[in-house]
Design a protein around this ligand. Structure first.
Ligand code: PRE
Length: 271
């Protein structure tokens, strides 16, 4: 079984792939999220792992668009506690660092820590672990990485500061993607959908009220632009429910009265 991720061993995506699929799964690592989506849509990887939102830094909006554009299905979700650590070549100190590089989402989660180190330049890079690897292989003495403790261990770096994310309790929600829908052998209690509403006054309020009347609990709503129609928006909605039939009725009602609905996946709530 091949699993597509963004990143290399020691990255958070790699950790999720191991936790979900076990140590024997084959990992296909890519530099960017779009390559992950492509690999799953081509059938090269059976599943993909994609970060979708973080409790400090918020949604990774472009990833919503990728799921939509590549017509991928959400099979499951996974919440990983994220601890970020500042690391560098052994013997270095924070004051020696000119730059700290990491994945943009990781940098966002640690912004506050660096307010006390204004001389350090923060630079977006590929994944957290790739920076650790590069520092180690190229002996980059003025550069630090923000990554996991596992990455420090794999790439022989020294941790200069532990748990540097803005709040200790930090989670990233990942989704597990697949190419096609498969028949579910369980009754789902969560779903991710996209609704493209007709643009009329109060329609979003009416949609949300209708969903609430069916007993659906909205866990996330995110608007994304409909690129063919400037200033029109579609809504990505995650919703939880106890009654699957009520969810199906609500979907029917959206189709009948609100606009177009696309179901990305029906799965189990893992929070
Ligand atoms: O760079 C990594 O290690 C990743 O797995 C990427 C990523 C992300 O995309 O949000 C994963 C979890 C953390 O939120 C920080 C970075």
């Amino acid at each position: 079984m091949q699993i597509a991720i963004q990143g290399i061993p020691g990255s958070f995506h790699h950790q999720v792939a191991l936790n979900v699929f076990g140590a024997d799964a084959g990992i296909l690592g890519f530099r960017i999220f779009e390559e992950v989506a492509k690999s799953v849509s081509k059938g090269e990887a059976e599943f993909g792992v994609l970060a979708i939102e973080n409790s400090i830094a918020g949604a990774i909006l472009p990833n919503y668009e990728l799921i939509d554009r590549y017509n991928l299905r959400i099979k499951d979700e996974y919440y990983l506690p994220i601890s970020h650590n500042l690391m560098a070549l052994p013997g270095r100190e924070i004051n020696n660092l000119l730059e700290v590089r990491s994945h943009p989402m990781a940098l966002l989660q640690c912004k506050k820590f660096f307010e006390n180190h204004p001389a350090i330049q923060l630079i977006d890079d590929v994944d957290t672990a790739s920076v650790a690897k590069r520092i180690s292989e190229e002996k980059l003495s003025g550069i630090g990485a923000i990554a996991s403790k596992t990455a420090a261990k794999i790439y022989d770096l020294e941790i200069l500061a532990e748990d540097i994310q803005t709040v200790k309790n930090n989670f990233t929600r990942f989704i597990i993607l697949q190419k096609d829908n498969v028949n579910l052998d369980f009754v789902p209690n969560k779903a991710s959908i996209k609704v493209t509403v007709k643009n009329s006054k109060g329609i979003l309020a009416k949609l949300l009220t209708m969903m609430s009347d069916y007993g659906l609990d909205l866990s996330k709503i995110q608007s994304i632009p409909v690129i063919e129609k400037p200033w029109e928006y579609a809504f990505f909605i995650d919703t939880q429910f106890d009654d699957y039939a009520a969810f199906q009725n609500a979907i029917q009602e959206i189709n009948n009265n609100f606009g177009e609905v696309k179901i990305f996946g029906e799965y189990l709530n893992r929070k």
